[in-house]
Design a protein around this ligand. Structure first.
Ligand SMILES: Nc1ncnc2c1ncn2[C@@H]1O[C@H](COP(=O)(O)OP(=O)(O)OP(=O)(O)O)[C@@H](O)[C@H]1O
Length: 264
C-alpha cells in the first residue's frame, strides 16, 4: 500500500479528568480496506470514534483525512460533527439515531443534503434548479435504499422498521453523505444471527464498491471474517495490529481477552 491513508490518526490522546481513555493512539485506514477496532469493554473504542468525529476535542494528537482522488489532506481536529461529515467521514452510532417520525426515504435524503448546495435558499424560492436538485436527491436516496435492501419500506416511518432494518437505514443515511470513510459503531449490536449474516453481506457489498470502512465490533466472528486489518486496544492503548490471522495468534490480545473467545 503505497498511497497515503484515507484516515491517518497519530498520537490521539483523550483525558476525562484523571482517566486517560485514549493514550497516544496511532491508526490508519487505506482506500478499499475494512479495518476493525476491537478491545475489551472500556478499552476506549467509542472514545476514539467520538474524538475522530468531532464529538470530543482530543487532549492531544492529530486526525488527518485524505481524499484519494485529489490527494488533499485536511485536519479534522477541532471540527464540529457536521463539518467532519462534510469533509468525508460518516458514522453510525451504537444506539440507533434515526428520525423515527420521518419516512425511511426522508431519513436517507437528510444525509444527502450535506452534499447539495441550493437546499435552504431553494426551499424558500423553489426555483427550477432547486426542483431538479430535489429530484436528484430523491433518486440517489432511493438508489441507496435499493443498495441496502430497504426500498420496499421507503414510505414507512423509520420507527416501524424492524430493528435490523433500522440499523441498515443508519448505514444508508451515512452512505448518502458520500463518505471517504464510513465508521460503523457496533453495527451488529442487538442483531439476531440471521440479521448479522445479512449485515456481513451488506458490508461486503459496500466494500466491493470501493468504500473504505472502519468498524467497532464485539462479534469476533464478524470481525475475523470481514476485516483486512484489525487494531486491538486495551486501557486506551493500542496493544496489537495486524491481519485476522496475526491477531488470533497474538499473545497480548489473548491475554487482554482472557476468558473471552477470540478464536471464533
Ligand atoms: N464522557 C466521559 N466522561 C468520563 N469518562 C468517560 C467518558 N466517555 C468514556 N469515558 C471513560 O473512558 C474509558 C473508555 O470508554 P469507551 O466507552 O470509549 O470504551 P469502549 O471501548 O467503547 O467500551 P465498550 O466496548 O463497552 O463500548 C472508560 O473508562 C470510560 O468510563
Amino acid at each position: 500500500m503505497m498511497n497515503s491513508p484515507i484516515l491517518n490518526v497519530t498520537g490521539l490522546t483523550m483525558d476525562f479528568g484523571g482517566i486517560r481513555a485514549l493514550n497516544a493512539l496511532d491508526l490508519d485506514v487505506y482506500g478499499g480496506e475494512i479495518v476493525a477496532l476491537i478491545g475489551p469493554n472500556g478499552a476506549g473504542k467509542t472514545t476514539f470514534f467520538n474524538c475522530v468525529t468531532g464529538i470530543y476535542m482530543p487532549t492531544a494528537g492529530e486526525v488527518l483525512l485524505t481524499s484519494p482522488k485529489t490527494g488533499k489532506s485536511e485536519s479534522l481536529k477541532g471540527l464540529k460533527p457536521n463539518q467532519v461529515t462534510e469533509k468525508g467521514l460518516a458514522r453510525t452510532f451504537q444506539n440507533i439515531r434515526l428520525f423515527p417520525k420521518m419516512t425511511v426515504l426522508e431519513n436517507v435524503m437528510i444525509g444527502r443534503h450535506c452534499r447539495t448546495k441550493a437546499f435552504i435558499l431553494g426551499a424558500i424560492l423553489r426555483n427550477r434548479a432547486t426542483r431538479e436538485e430535489e429530484q436528484s436527491i430523491l433518486e440517489t436516496s432511493y438508489a441507496i435504499l435499493q443498495k441496502v435492501g430497504l426500498e420496499q419500506y421507503s414510505n414507512e416511518f423509520a420507527e416501524n422498521l424492524p430493528y435490523g432494518g433500522q440499523r441498515r437505514l443508519e448505514i444508508a443515511r451515512a452512505l448518502a453523505t458520500e463518505p471517504l470513510l464510513l465508521l460503523l459503531d457496533e453495527p451488529a449490536a442487538g442483531m439476531n444471527p440471521q440479521e448479522t449474516l445479512e449485515l456481513v453481506e451488506l458490508i461486503k457489498e459496500i466494500s466491493a464498491d470501493g468504500q473504505a470502512i472502519l468498524l467497532i465490533e464485539h462479534d469476533m466472528k464478524l470481525v475475523m471474517s470481514l476485516s483486512d486489518r484489525i487494531f486491538v486496544m486495551d486501557y486506551g492503548k493500542k496493544i496489537a495490529q495486524g491481519t485476522p490471522a496475526e491477531i488470533r495468534e497474538n499473545p497480548a490480545v489473548i491475554k487482554a481477552y482472557l476468558g473471552e473467545d477470540v478464536d471464533a
